[in-house]
Design a protein around this ligand. Structure first.
Ligand SMILES: Cc1ncc(COP(=O)(O)O)c(C=O)c1O
Length: 439
């Protein structure tokens, strides 16, 4: 019988060739989460919920630009807005009306956005937010949580899933405290130290909610604690902003962070990000006093092309049931995947908030299936090893591209048709895993 890997090698031959061709040119073949073993698949074209690779395979996409594409690939409204702006000019070297409109749309959606500054990525957004918090408080220490991912700059690399601190000076690392997402632990740190500038966390839990925060009260407890100690609370909404509700996690959980970091959907799926929040903190960028002013240049920050895409998508989210559509399809997918596990007698748990769906093969939990209550180590254990790597390949063999094998980002472009195809692919993939002796 043909194994999962053998079938993958047959089906994605041209991708294998391209990977080999690039080995001496692009170290590692590219973005580390895009490159899978034995080689990644190369995609040329995408529309709606589908994409087509260089071997001519059609794939249902659940990567959705790592969560950036809430309205699907190449949505006509977004394509038109960007094409029109491209023809008019891509960079004027001045502020633009577009930038202002874009910022106003963010203010309109995000309850705590008194001010907005644009960046070019989520990494830049968290970098700027941390710097603003340090400048505002005059303190240097940052608390982040175990496994929470905030991009790849030096201040957030500790315990982020990147698994290395090579190239980062010890002095930099020594300004960051990694805590468990445990209110008592944070309280103890804040009671015993007076040098903490900020607490930063992923608003739905580590790695886009794969490891959810312990309970819905958590963000409110952290809010109360940080307010009590004069510490800036930075809520990282790079993934969940505009996705888990139009107003992000802060609207959904009714909590008021001091600063919010955004990227992905905010820029309509193009490169871009933003930091929004309290005027008195962000205004250090415009301080008349040079000794307290934070510099914030950046050639492509707030550029007209990303602004045009951001405006098109944020307007669509404000006027059409985009979130509702994506959430409904995610609910259907969650329930269908659970049914498949039961049918094939495979132990596993499916959960996730809004339009994000997570799969934990081998885990069992009686939670409601939204914010999973299994402890982090148990969830992590279910995601390690061959199962996760091979289900990614098995699903690709069956025409479905997931986020790392165990995640599904939905969009308003997904329909019952794609969900149906996915469930069939999932059942065939479980059988393939069983045949390979993995399950
Ligand atoms: C929660 C979170 N913060 C920050 C980032 C970094 O964003 P970027 O990849 O745009 O630098 C990501 C990226 O996935 C993210 O998920």
């Amino acid at each position: 019988m043909v194994t999962i890997v053998e079938r993958y090698m047959q089906k994605f031959k041209k991708s294998a060739q391209l990977y080999r061709q690039g080995e001496d040119t692009i170290p590692g073949g590219g973005h580390q989460s895009r490159v899978v073993h034995p080689f990644p698949h190369y995609v040329n074209e995408a529309r709606g919920a589908l994409k087509w690779d260089v071997d001519g395979n059609e794939l249902v996409d659940y990567n959705m630009g790592f969560g950036a594409l809430l309205i699907g690939h190449a949505h006509p409204v977004m394509v038109e807005a960007v094409s029109k702006q491209l023809a008019k000019g891509s960079h004027m070297g001045t502020p633009s009306e577009l930038e202002l409109r874009w910022a106003e749309l963010i203010k309109d959606a995000m309850p705590t956005a008194e001010r907005v500054r644009f960046t070019s990525s989520g990494t830049e957004s968290t970098y700027l937010a941390i710097k603003l918090a340090r400048a505002y408080t005059g303190k240097k220490m940052l608390i982040k949580f175990h496994e929470h991912y905030h991009g790849w700059h030096d201040y957030v690399s500790k315990s982020s899933g990147l698994n290395t601190q090579i190239g980062i000076p010890d002095e930099t690392l020594s300004t960051v405290i990694v805590a468990q997402p445990d209110v008592a632990e944070v309280e103890q740190i804040l009671e015993n130290r007076d040098d903490i500038a900020a607490v930063i966390f992923e608003a739905t839990g580590a790695h886009w909610g794969q490891f959810p925060l312990p309970n819905p009260k958590f963000v409110h407890d952290i809010r109360a604690l940080t307010a009590k100690h004069g510490v800036v609370m930075i809520m990282d909404e790079v993934i969940c902003g505009f996705r888990i509700s139009r107003g992000g996690a802060q609207s959904r959980f009714d909590v008021k962070p001091d600063l919010t970091t955004m990227a992905k959907i905010v820029a309509g799926g193009l490169p871009g990000g933003a930091v929004a929040g309290r005027g008195d903190i962000l205004d250090s960028i415009s301080s008349p006093d040079e000794t307290t002013r934070i510099p914030h240049p950046g050639t492509f920050n707030g550029n007209p092309i990303s602004a045009a895409a951001g405006i098109a998508v944020l307007e669509l989210i404000a006027t059409e049931p985009i979130n509702e559509r994506a959430d409904t399809m995610a609910d259907l997918l969650k329930q269908s995947l659970r049914d498949s596990l039961t049918k094939l007698e495979v132990t596993g748990h499916v959960y996730g908030i809004s339009s994000i769906v997570n799969l934990a093969l081998g885990a069992e939990c009686s939670c409601s299936g939204e914010i999973c209550t299994l402890p982090h180590p148990e969830l992590a254990a279910s995601m390690h090893g061959d199962k996760t790597t091979l289900i990614k390949l098995a699903m690709l063999n069956e025409g479905v591209d997931t986020m790392g094998g165990i995640g599904f980002m939905l969009s308003s472009a997904h329909t019952e048709n794609e969900v149906g195809r996915t469930v069939e692919a999932f059942e065939r993939s479980l059988t393939a895993l069983r045949n390979d002796g993995i399950l």
